[in-house]
Design a binder for this molecule. Structure first.
Ligand code: APR
Length: 243
């Protein structure tokens, strides 16, 4: 494995700029369940019932049943070594941009600045009637919680059946199509359009490096089958060693 880290560090030093695409796997070591790997959220709950905009409009209580506690505890979750390693790669001038599918805000908490949250964030909760915005830990009590005006509250996240924020998608596509290397970290790469970003990068000549205990992106040039919290700090160390 040592030789692999050495080679990847050399690639990342050469193939700049690098862009990262992250999924739920990078937050698993922060205690946040993934969706599709073992014990994932969608093993217990059908996302088309509990996380689709169509059902939400008829009955928001289903979404709030599976997300209410996580939202109220939003500030409790902390970045792990994987998040901090990506912030370090940005600081070192290796990583130009970070595209995340995650809604937990942990990349920004870890200090990453060039971040595009293509599925939105749980940080802001909006009233669909009066537009009032609450911050996650301050949402009113009640299941489902309601706005003081009585309106339905919905986090600023993309549910199944909703469009991604256009400017976020545009930024993600621009970054993926102009990078020279892409780190694909902790994603099953099954949900579009995020799942197409590594292929977009590869079509434009980027080297694809996957970090995932279960290889998910078949066209990756390199795959480190390790947890992100282990692999990413080692990549940073190897880049620092041969500076
Ligand atoms: N380090 C790296 N990868 C990990 C780790 C870890 N510690 N633990 C799990 N993984 C990998 C799993 O092997 C899996 O391939 O992370 C991936 C998680 O896949 P999903 O749970 O499907 O998460 P993700 O790909 O981010 O889902 C995409 O689907 O439900 C929607 O909106 C939701 O953003 C989400 C999207």
């Amino acid at each position: 494995m040592e030789a692999l880290y050495k080679e990847i560090a050399a690639v990342l030093k050469e193939a700049k700029p690098c862009v990262a695409l992250t999924g739920a796997g990078i937050s698993a070591e922060s205690g946040i369940p993934t969706f599709r790997s073992k014990g994932g959220l969608w093993e217990k709950y059908d996302p088309m019932v509990y996380a689709s905009i169509e059902v939400f409009r008829q009955d928001p209580s289903k979404y709030w049943l599976i997300r209410g506690e996580f939202i109220r505890d939003y500030d409790r979750y902390q970045p792990n070594a994987g998040h901090y390693a990506l912030a370090a790669l940005e600081e070192m001038g290796v990583l130009r941009h970070l595209i995340t599918q995650n809604i937990d805000g942990l990349h920004k908490k870890a200090g990453s600045r060039q971040v595009t949250e293509i599925h939105g964030s749980l940080r802001e909760i909006n009233c669909l009637s009066c537009g009032r915005q609450y911050l996650a830990p301050d949402i009113p009590a009640g299941d489902p919680p309601c706005c003081e005006c009585g309106g339905v509250l919905k986090p600023n996240t993309v549910l199944f059946g909703e469009q991604l924020p256009p400017e976020a998608l545009e930024t993600a596509c621009r970054e993926a199509s102009t990078c020279k290397s892409m780190l694909v970290i902790g994603t099953a790469a099954v949900v579009q359009p995020a799942a197409s970003l590594p292929s977009l990068a590869k079509q434009n000549g980027a080297v694809i490096i996957e970090v995932n205990p279960e290889k998910a992106f078949p066209d990756a040039d390199y795959c480190i089958t390790e947890k992100a919290g282990t692999a990413l700090p080692l990549i940073v160390d190897h880049i620092m060693m041969n500076t």
